[in-house]
Ligand binder design. Sequence first.
Ligand SMILES: [Zn+2]
Length: 369
Amino acid sequence: MKHIDDVIFVLQAHHFVLPEVLQEQVLTQTETNTWQIKEEIPTARRWKKPSDSMAMVQGLFSQGVTPREILGHLLPGHTMPSDMTNEIAIQLIMSLVYERRSRDKLPEYNTFKDAVELFRKSKNILILTGAGVSVACGIPDFRSKNGIYARLHKDFPELPDPSSMFDIDFFKKNPAPFYNFAREIFPGQFTPSLSHMFIKFLEESGKLLRNYTQNIDTLEKIAGIQKVIECHGSFSKSTCLSCKNEVDSEEIREDVLAQKISYCKKCKTGVMKPNIVFFGEDLGDDFHEQISEDIDKVDLLVVIGSSLKVQPVALIPFNIDPDVPQILINRELLPHYQSDIKLLGNCDDIILALSMAIGGEIKDEMVQG
Ligand SMILES: [Zn+2]
């Protein structure tokens, strides 16, 4: 039963333990400690088409329905954990909306050496990047409970958790916390990492099919990568929430740097929102159109510095041909994702070691760069 499987996928990604009530009603734990489905969610409750379902979810959000309430509707009769944040609730909704296939590890690919060979011979590499490739650039970790959030929480005690800064519902009611912190990640202050440069050199060698990034820092474009999809949008443009007037984000730079809410210069009253995909918003058409094309072309998938928590991007590895090899380059293992080769450590360290081993142009470029 796919849909409850997807819920567990999200829960595992968040190291979340299902509350007992939910376990008893939906799942039974087997002797091998894996979950089995006890009962089916009524078919009529399932949302099949992502676009229709997303429109429905967005419609509900705009009417002020909370993610919790929507979940309650999707999983009737189940009690949600009381400390479940909006972020997790929204991801659970997404996991019910989007399809995920299962994948078995390919036994023939295992080692660093196998990874080097795969990089050498592959011609259509799809690279999925997350926050890990930008850590070395000094982009602060705005998702952690410490750091930026701790500071914001003092001034904005109404901010329930770090992700609320990217919660569209919260932003509409109160854009002040977002504008208070946006200065710290606003583009123009950071330079690309070795990992970004590696992707650029793969592109120059004609090996890159596409870089799907979950980052909003625009560092892929600064590195010169052309074949990039900014899955969660970026700071480069901003749109008025009220009249939809779209401007280059340079126009809001002054306000952002002064930590002031930026208002629309056209209608004067609407709040400007950078074109970042907030929780509760669907990803752009660019993403959906490009990934449906790329899924048939990819011959190697590499996840770099992502914990694959945010859907639907996190579903890409599960939706390509199961015979296409997959490599994970990350600081830690991911409990819900089984890649063929796992290279654990700092992204830049691993990328540099890989470049040296791959040799040729890539090595020359990386050494010079
Ligand atoms: Zn406006």
